[in-house]
Write a protein that binds this ligand. Structure first.
Ligand code: ADP
Length: 788
């Protein structure tokens, strides 16, 4: 049949497929009938026997070369004629054992009459037929290796492995030591089907392939299926010939031979092409299974010609693969336990750090920081309305958008689901594609109910973190009839495409650790909230006591002061008794008592501000300002004064009397501390969102962001920067006692106390010689700002 005929799918979609004839026409790896190739590797011969009478139903076409007897002389004949009655009887006996089903067992060594070569003969049954395989042992009789001793050592080593990579490393080393192959690798399948070389033992002069990734297509589904059913797959010679079965289908059933378990099974042309592109000349592949699934492969490559892998050597390797599979869960559990312990210890330190240093920001002060412990590329903490980042993270505006998205999606991150993890963010959140380089993988935990405060960990895109051993572009390729298939370069590009926007997946142990960390942080936050509440209560109590003291002191001191004033006055009246100097002293005494009286009044008033009950109501600030202006009208005198209100003042929820007092004090100061020909005062405000958008500066307090901000701006004398802190302190005047109309230095402290009682903050910005602006904030209608 010509290749052109063979290309017609029906030529082999009917059952008589032969790799030798049609293999080159395969274009779709996933449809190749790799389990029924109809061919064997030509270094051995295969017989299909009828179990009932051991007559030969099919034979590989190379029987004359391997066994010394041509197919025609074997077909239909009893096995006994080829191997003698004793060996035939042995086969018959073995066939009675049920474990022979799909499980090749060595039965005897046959010496080929025409060459004198020793051939290992193994047998198994499948689909009601017996399959006998003859393979050259590949060793001379003098070379006897004690496989039992060798394998015992391997088993002991494998059992001691405490991590998956140690287990894989031991498997690679042991299989290389057993076989002498040039390279042995553990190849792991990821969830998306793509593979990665995770362990390797190689000849010193070979480049390392550790960390290489391959697209899923490199090991097509039919090949994976074979490895689910069989433990080992030898390919003695990538360039070796294929021998077809004669006839191609069973003469009794018309079915092709299922060769899944045959050591001699002919390889697919696609596979040999692939191996040739990697300069591999022989291969031995074993499966690693975990929970009945194919976890990965142990792949052995040889680069220096054909490689004999006799039965007993394969049996030893197969045992290693089985032990790796058995030990796999235990090694992973040990590895994860160690990882878990490492993360826990880092997180414990972090929490202690945060507890001692009194803030979540300590989580990024380090060492350690949030970046340690979990295996990630970057981390970001959102707390106190700002980001704290370490490692590689998206930009702040991208973080903001991601946080908004996360916090508005209860199905993603909420009180009931306080964790969100993905290894492909852009699949859930398309804008994430913009920063998939640093954050294809995201693990998020919410630190507050609404998920507004959170911790994010990021993992970069796999494609950015993998490397190709050597340059894939340099490798020579074998171009088959369908072009360069499965070349290293094409493979790499396919792989990169398949992992676009994906990161290494999050492990269960990592998710659990993140949740545990969250619990610890929440406990810490609650603890700190309790401590703060306690401190606040203490503070409130001592404030109350101070107010009470100030009240009592100022109230009670007024009485004796009045007495002193009265006596001084009476003394001054007693003319003739006192000289001029005495009169002056008495006048000074009277002045001082009056001054002290006004200081006591201020103190009394200050203490009352803290004690009086608030009467909250909706207040039109415009009206309150009108009243305040009326009250300070006297201070305006005749001096030209301009009052600007750039836009109507808002309505706020506040205690009207106290709000008015705030304005009276501020307006009175604005009028007092002014030497301009015309006093200009601007009365304005910022809505909460405007306040939040105000550029951050040292004076602008963060707490004002969620509140309505009111201000009184003047063109007065201004305040020196070094005095800005002083002006809100009790009895602190920046001028002589009687300058600028005099004062006690109690006005601004009273304003501060009033504003704080109303739940806001007060601050000032000022330029000496140009003017000052006093800002104060008032909580919005929703009540006090959320501590979150
Ligand atoms: P008093 O006005 O009684 O001195 P305040 O507590 O109201 O007390 O003010 C404290 C100090 O802050 C004042 O002495 C003054 O130096 C300064 N000050 C207050 N308001 C202004 C203003 N609008 N412009 C310049 N300085 C001011």
């Amino acid at each position: 049949m010509s290749v052109a005929d063979a290309a017609k799918p029906l030529a082999w979609h009917g059952q008589a497929y032969s790799t030798k004839r049609f293999g080159v026409s395969i274009t779709d790896c996933d449809s190749e009938p790799v389990q029924t190739p109809g061919c064997v590797q030509a270094h051995g011969a295969l017989l299909v026997l009828r179990p009932a009478d051991l007559t030969i139903a099919q034979v590989s076409e190379n029987s004359a070369d391997v066994l010394g007897t041509a197919p025609a002389a074997l077909l239909g004949r009893p096995l006994q004629e080829l191997v003698g009655p004793a060996h035939s009887a042995r086969v018959k006996a073995v066939l009675l054992q049920p474990e022979i089903e799909r499980n090749p067992s060595y039965v005897f060594t046959h010496t080929a009459a025409h060459t004198g070569l020793a051939l290992d003969v193994s047998v198994h049954t499948v689909d009601g037929v017996a399959v006998l395989e003859f393979e050259a042992t590949g060793r001379d009789a003098s070379e006897q290796r004690d496989f039992y001793a060798l394998i015992r050592r391997s088993v002991a080593q494998l059992q001691g492995a405490t991590t998956l990579s140690a287990l894989g490393d031991i498997a690679c080393t042991e299989i290389r030591a057993l076989t002498g192959l040039d390279r042995v690798m553990v190849y792991r399948f990821h969830d998306d089907g793509h593979g990665e070389v995770v362990c390797e033992s190689r000849r010193d002069d070979l480049p390392s392939w550790l960390g290489l990734h391959y697209p899923a297509q490199d090991i097509p589904e039919p090949a994976r299926e074979v490895f689910r059913q069989t433990w080992i797959r030898p390919l003695r010679d990538v360039d070796g010939g294929l021998a077809e079965l004669l006839p191609l289908t069973h003469p009794d059933s018309g079915r092709p031979l299922r060769m899944t378990h045959c050591a001699l099974r002919g390889p697919s042309v696609m596979y040999t092409e692939y191996l040739r592109n990697m300069r591999v000349t022989a291969s031995l592949t074993m499966s690693i299974r975990r929970d009945h699934k194919l976890w990965g492969l142990i792949a052995g490559h040889h680069y220096s010609g054909p490689f004999d892998m006799p039965y007993e050597l394969r049996a030893a390797c197969e045992l290693v693969a089985q032990i790796v599979s058995l030990q796999h869960a235990a090694a992973e559990e040990r590895e994860h336990a160690a990882y878990r312990q490492r993360i826990d210890s880092v997180q414990q330190q972090l929490v202690t750090q945060a507890a001692q240093e009194g803030g979540l920001a300590a989580l990024l002060d380090g060492p350690p920081t949030l970046l340690d412990g979990l295996d990630t590329g970057g981390t970001a903490l959102y707390h106190r309305k700002r980001w704290w980042c370490a490692g590689s993270t998206p930009a702040e505006h991208e973080l903001d958008a991601l946080r908004d998205w996360l916090s508005t999606r209860p199905e993603m991150l909420s009180r009931d689901r306080p964790l969100f993890a993905t290894d492909q963010l852009s699949a859930h959140y398309p804008p994430g594609l913009a920063f998939s380089g640093v954050a294809s993988g995201v693990l998020a935990i919410a630190l507050s109910r609404s998920a507004k405060n959170l911790v994010l960990w990021f993992r970069p895109e796999t494609a950015q973190t993998v490397r190709w051993g050597g340059n894939p572009h340099d490798k020579p390729t074998v171009v088959g009839p369908h072009g360069a298939r499965l070349t290293p370069r094409a493979s790499f590009e396919l792989f990169v495409e398949s992992v676009r926007g994906r990161s290494k997946p999050w492990l269960a142990v990592e998710l659990e650790a993140a949740l545990r960390f969250r619990m610890l942080m929440m406990e810490l936050i609650v603890l700190r909230a309790d401590q703060l509440a306690g401190l606040n209560a203490d503070l409130a109590r001592s404030n109350d006591e101070l107010d009470a003291f100030a009240y009592v002191a100022s109230h009670d001191l007024k009485e004796p002061l009045r007495g002193i004033h009265k006596y001084a006055h009476q003394l001054a009246e007693s003319a003739g008794l006192l000289g001029e100097a005495d009169h002056q002293r008495l006048a000074g005494l009277t002045r001082l008592t009056l001054r002290m009286d006004s200081l006591l009044d201020s103190l009394l008033h200050f203490s009352r501000v803290g004690r009086a009950e608030l009467q909250l109501e909706d207040c039109e600030v415009g009206e309150v300002v009108e009243e305040a202006l009326e009250m300070v009208a006297a201070r305006r005198g005749d001096k030209p004064t301009r009052i600007d209100v750039p836009r109507p003042l808002p309505r706020v929820r506040a205690d009207r009397v106290r709000l008015r007092e705030i304005y009276t004090n501020l307006l009175s100061n604005a009028l007092k501390y002014n030497r301009q020909a015309t006093t200009t005062i601007e009365l304005g405000w910022l809505a909460p969102h405007e306040a939040a958008a105000h550029p951050a500066n040292a004076a602008w307090p963060a707490a004002a962001g969620a509140q309505t901000v009111l201000y009184v701006r003047d063109n007065g004398i201004g305040i020196e920067p070094r005095h800005l802190d002083q002006v809100f302190k009790m009895f602190r005047r920046l001028h002589g006692r009687d300058d600028y109309g005099g004062g006690t230095g109690a006005g601004l402290p009273i304003v501060k106390k009033l504003v704080e009682r109303l739940g806001g903050v007060v601050w000032v910005e000022s330029t000496p010689g140009q003017g000052s602006c006093f800002y104060f904030s008032v909580p919005t209608d929703d009540g006090p700002p959320n501590p979150e």
